[in-house]
Design a protein around this ligand. Structure first.
Ligand code: SF4
Ligand code: SF4
Length: 121
C-alpha cells in the first residue's frame, strides 16, 4: 500500500527524508543500475539488494519488497532510512528533496511518473 501523503515543502537539505521515504515506495523494476552503480555497490550488496531482469536486455534493478524498495530499512516504525545510502544507485540521487518527483511522491504517498531517470550530460 502507498503511504499517506506528506504535506508541505521538504527540507532542501534532506532533513525530512528519513521521516518521509515516499520516493522509495514504487513498483518493481523501477530503479535500474548502470555499470558505475554496480561497481560502487560491489558484489555482496548487489547479491542482497538487486536482481537481473530475466527479459532482454537483462537490466539489473533494485529488488522490491512489496511496493517499496528492498533497500529501505523499515525496522523502526515511521522511519525510512536507506540501508545502502552511501552507495545507492544514481537513479535514487536524481530524486532530490524538493524536485518535481519528490513533491509528487509526497503528494501521492509513493513515487509517481514525473521522475525522469536521466543523467545530466
Ligand atoms: S520524497 Fe522527497 S522528502 Fe521524501 S524521502 Fe524522497 S526526496 Fe526525501
Ligand atoms: S536504494 Fe535507498 S534511496 Fe534508492 S530507492 Fe532504495 S531505499 Fe530509496
Amino acid at each position: 500500500m502507498p503511504l499517506t501523503p506528506v504535506r508541505g515543502e521538504p527540507d532542501p537539505e534532506g532533513g525530512d527524508c528519513v521521516a518521509c521515504g515516499r520516493c522509495c515506495h514504487h513498483g518493481p523494476r523501477t530503479v535500474h543500475l548502470l555499470v558505475g552503480d554496480e561497481a560502487r555497490m560491489g558484489k555482496r550488496l548487489l547479491d542482497l539488494y538487486t536482481e537481473l531482469d530475466p527479459k532482454p536486455p537483462t537490466f539489473r534493478f533494485l529488488k522490491n519488497e512489496g511496493e517499496r524498495c528492498g533497500g529501505l530499512d523499515v525496522s523502526v516504525p515511521d522511519r525510512y532510512p536507506c540501508a545502502i545510502y552511501e552507495v545507492r544507485p544514481d537513479d535514487c540521487r536524481i530524486v532530490e528533496p524538493g524536485s518535481p518527483a519528490c513533491l509528487e511522491a509526497r503528494r501521492l504517498g509513493h513515487l509517481g511518473t514525473s521522475v525522469r531517470f536521466q543523467r545530466e550530460p
